[in-house]
Ligand binder design. Structure first.
Ligand SMILES: *Cc1c(COP(=O)(O)O)cnc(C)c1O
Length: 442
């Protein structure tokens, strides 16, 4: 009712604003037109803002599309915990207050070889808390080439400033040696920090210090070494044509006192931050005054525990964790999927566009290894009557919305990031976007 009144009011204002009769006549006052607009407005008002979308971009860890879709086991656990009470901070064994970290601590220790672990809202929070706990008003040494910015709002120098730690930069943009760290150590040095440059690479004439060398130096000088590895890889994916990412277990094994990572990058779980490492330090971080402000929520914890449990068997993790399954799809499987989509579209939308299939590239994503290219096979759509831009706009406005990329003025549909059962919905969405001309429907 309100929508109809607003639409009539809008037309009334249009008539008042009209410069002459001709212009006023052009305003469509037909009942049909008002009804159609009202339906559109009401639909938009009733539909939620946060919606499921079909990701046809081929970018597996798309930060703007919510990074990692959860595994089924994680979703089931989340659902179970969401609607009931749970032992979030209650020890059922002892019958008194417990800690929320406990639910994932021993499994994280088993998976990484660390002594202790704790979890927070995201990795930015873990880095902040670790620095604030261990290095407030003291110095932290970082290589210049590792002062990264991630996602526009996480910058190592800024996070460090907020934590109260003083940044001491060493080396140059492209080269840092162990001696650079050694010379920068003073009695105020609290931490040596290594940051994995997840979203860019310095290539060419370069040198950096491995976590093993840095940990050895730290041990000699009695200074702890922390590594922010960003991605949180728990299994080695280099056998699947992906760049070798540092594993949490490798960093612990190399002697890092603390290692931090995200839960929703390569790990494939919910948004979370994980810290593994030496017990004494982890316990101090848990007790930080700001830990409560940055604490993990029970639903996230439920999803994280279920995801981590899948890693207890590597084969299961590769099959059931959505991002790992998508990253390890074989080119032959992708080719078959792309050809099926192409054939169905060509059949359904004959005369509206040209449909081709060809080898192409998918990306791991901005959240992790953005430059890593994966061989893929995609569908290319060139509409005859509308621009590719219009086609994309219509796909965004559809239900469910489809997000895809444009290459050489063609719409690209990459089957890598489709969830089981989404092929059909994608085909229908593209067909209806291409068919809007003939039916004239909004
Ligand atoms: C992604 C990333 C972060 C930020 O992690 P969030 O979970 O997004 O807060 C911090 N450090 C590194 C090295 C990263 O790759």
């Amino acid at each position: 009712m309100q929508a109809v009144q607003e639409l009539i009011e809008e037309r009334r204002r249009g008539i008042i604003r009209a410069k002459n009769e001709d212009e006023a006549q052009k305003i469509d006052l037909s009942l049909d037109n008002i009804a159609r607009d009202a339906l559109r407005v009401v639909k938009a008002k009733l539909s939620p803002s946060l919606r499921r979308v079909i990701n046809a971009t081929g970018t597996v860890l798309h930060t703007n599309l919510g990074r990692a879709p959860l595994a089924r086991a994680a979703m089931e656990m989340l659902q179970e915990i969401a609607s009931a009470y749970c032992n979030l901070e209650y020890s059922l064994k002892e019958g008194h207050r417990g800690s929320r970290h406990e639910h994932v601590e021993s499994i994280l220790c088993n998976l990484t070889g660390a002594e202790a672990a704790c979890v927070f809202n995201n990795n930015a929070a873990t880095v902040y808390l670790a620095l604030n706990t261990l290095a407030k008003e003291k110095e932290v040494i970082v290589a210049r080439g590792e002062l990264v910015e991630i996602g526009g709002s996480f910058r190592i120098p800024e996070v460090m400033k907020a934590s109260g730690a003083q940044l001491v930069e060493v080396g140059t943009t492209n080269k840092t040696y162990l001696a650079d760290y050694e010379q920068a150590i003073t009695e105020k040095t609290a931490l040596l920090l290594k940051v994995h440059t997840s979203n860019y690479r310095i290539i060419g004439f370069t040198a950096d210090v491995s976590i093993r060398e840095l940990a050895a130096l730290g041990k000699e000088k009695g200074i702890p070494v922390m590594e922010d590895i960003g991605n949180g890889a728990l299994v080695n994916l280099s056998g699947f044509g992906l760049p070798a990412e540092p594993l949490l277990s490798e960093s612990i094994n190399a002697g890092a006192a603390l290692v931090t990572c995200s839960g929703d990058k390569l790990l494939g779980g919910p948004q979370a931050g994980i810290i593994v490492g030496e017990k004494e330090k982890v316990e101090r971080i848990k007790k930080n005054q700001m830990a409560r402000a940055l604490r993990i929520d029970k639903l996230t914890l439920a999803a994280l525990e279920a995801t981590l449990r899948l890693y207890q068997e590597e084969g299961k993790a590769l099959k059931e964790i959505t991002v790992l399954r998508m990253l390890t799809l074989k080119p032959s499987e992708l080719k078959q999927k792309a050809e099926t989509i192409r054939a169905k579209l060509a059949d359904l939308c004959a005369g509206t566009a040209d449909f081709q299939c060809a080898e192409n590239i998918s990306y791991v994503g901005g959240g992790a290894m953005p430059q890593a290219e994966l061989p893929s096979y995609t569908v290319f759509v060139s509409p005859y009557e509308i621009s590719v831009g219009t086609l994309i706009e219509r796909l965004h406005a559809g239900t469910p919305p489809v997000v895809a990329r444009i290459e050489n003025d063609k719409l690209v549909l990459d089957p890598r990031t489709l969830q089981p059962g989404e092929e059909e919905a994608l085909i229908n969405a593209v067909a209806s976007a291409l068919g809007e001309n003939s039916t004239g429907a909004f």
